[in-house]
Write a protein that binds this ligand. Structure first.
Ligand SMILES: NC(=O)c1ccc[n+]([C@@H]2O[C@H](COP(=O)([O-])OP(=O)(O)OC[C@H]3O[C@@H](n4cnc5c(N)ncnc54)[C@H](O)[C@@H]3O)[C@@H](O)[C@H]2O)c1
Ligand SMILES: CC(C)(O)[C@@H](O)C(=O)O
Ligand SMILES: [Mg+2]
Ligand SMILES: [Mg+2]
Length: 350
């Protein structure tokens, strides 16, 4: 385990250099990894593990879209693809990758197959942290571990295929066998993590729910929508408003931030832009700080978890989510976005 200084704070991290793939394969050579659920994280993690040489099977509801997707991805029914109960029975490591609401519904079945010495693996601290709401209380004689890739399962797979790696956090909730650390890190390396940073189940779920509701997804759409509206209401065309709000950010400026930080992106813009951005970012911080405080408090109280459980346990939750996504897609801003994407030279050639 390396200690790395992150802006003045030392943290435990595990890199591929100190825990190479060969070591991970060695740690897990006797294990059967059962990936339960084949939605977004399931495919990314299962395919990366398989391509990294681990013994992986997939457990998924039969006669579902996800089952068909697993078959299309090369998983073989009866050999590497099984109904959930069969996979739970065969697995020594159970990677519980159903949706967080789905995990509650299927938990009584999972519990039956958690024989002593097995490992129960999550990619979110949700089920265990909010146990009063989920009923997910693992038996004492299994390892309970977490690897949470910090990004979409789609990116996890894409970055693996590009020879890159998505960073993940890892945590141990329960070490029943004495092997929990080696198991969790080996799995983290196996699923294609860039590096792994240490957390707890509770810290993971509090930060993750805050991040996705905040700057990663919720807040960013809110800021886009507000700026777009102001530009449009002041007579700017959709083209101009979309380019000045979204397209320039994703295509030109964020890649610069990703490469070398915010100050470097600023330094590559005009001094006019730098002066303004340096003045205004603090106003945006101060305006949004109370909203972020409210958000974190709602997460910590469990209210966000409950809202998600209530909504996503409905039988028609997918239809309802899709209706709201459609509303977003069909808003003027994102319709303009579709036209702008079409006009990118690389898309015109197709
Ligand atoms: N989506 C991501 O990229 C991502 C990123 C990091 C962590 N996570 C975490 O990984 C886990 C899996 O998330 P996901 O987004 O891949 O899930 P998902 O919503 O895509 O669902 C995964 C699978 O669960 C199945 N499922 C749902 N309800 C079920 C039920 N009642 N019975 C049986 N099967 C059911 C679905 O068929 C689907 O194949 C969650 O804990 C999530 O928080 C997800
Ligand atoms: C990909 C995210 C947003 O990081 C993840 O947390 C999720 O819930 O899908
Ligand atoms: Mg999340
Ligand atoms: Mg996340």
């Amino acid at each position: 385990m390396a200690k790395i200084n992150f802006g003045g704070t030392e943290e435990n991290v595990v890199t591929r250099e100190e825990f190479p793939l060969k070591k991970a394969q060695d740690v897990l050579k006797e294990e059967t990894i059962a990936v339960i659920g084949y939605g977004v994280q399931g495919p990314g993690q299962a395919l990366n593990l398989k391509d990294n040489g681990f013994n992986v099977i997939v457990g998924q509801r039969e006669n579902s879209k996800s089952w068909d997707k697993a078959v299309a991805d090369g998983w073989k029914p009866g050999k590497t693809l099984f109904p959930i109960e069969e996979a739970l029975d065969k697995g020594t490591i159970i990677q519980y990758l159903l949706s967080d609401a789905g995990q509650i519904a299927v938990w009584p079945t999972v519990e039956k197959y958690l024989k002593p010495g097995k490992a129960l693996y999550f990619s979110h601290g949700f089920g265990v942290t909010y146990k009063e709401r989920t009923g997910i209380i693992p038996p004492k004689d299994v390892d309970v571990i977490l690897v949470a890739p910090k990004g979409s399962g789609t990116s996890l797979r894409r970055m693996f295929l590009e020879g890159r790696g998505l960073n993940s956090s890892y945590a141990i909730f329960q070490d029943a066998t004495g092997k929990a650390f080696d198991r969790v890190v080996a799995l983290g390396i196996g699923v294609g993590s860039g590096y792994l940073f240490e957390t707890t189940f509770q810290k993971e779920v509090f930060s993750d729910l805050t991040g996705e509701r905040g700057s990663l997804m919720g807040a960013i759409q809110g800021i886009f929508a507000a700026q777009y509206e102001v530009l449009r209401s002041n007579g700017h065309s959709p083209s101009e408003a979309f380019n000045e709000t979204v397209e320039e950010l994703t295509q030109s400026l964020m890649p610069l931030v990703a490469e070398n930080g915010m100050d470097w992106m600023y330094a590559n813009c005009s001094t006019t832009a730098q002066r303004g951005a340096l003045d205004w970012w603090k106003k945006f911080r101060d305006a949004s700080l109370p909203v972020f405080k409210d958000l974190y408090s709602e997460v910590a109280k469990g209210n966000e978890a409950q809202r998600s459980i209530d909504a996503n346990s409905q039988s028609d939750y997918r239809v309802k989510l899709e209706e709201e996504l459609k509303e977003l897609r069909e808003s003027e801003m994102w319709n303009a976005g579709a036209a702008v994407r079409q006009l990118r030279p690389e898309n015109q050639k197709k």
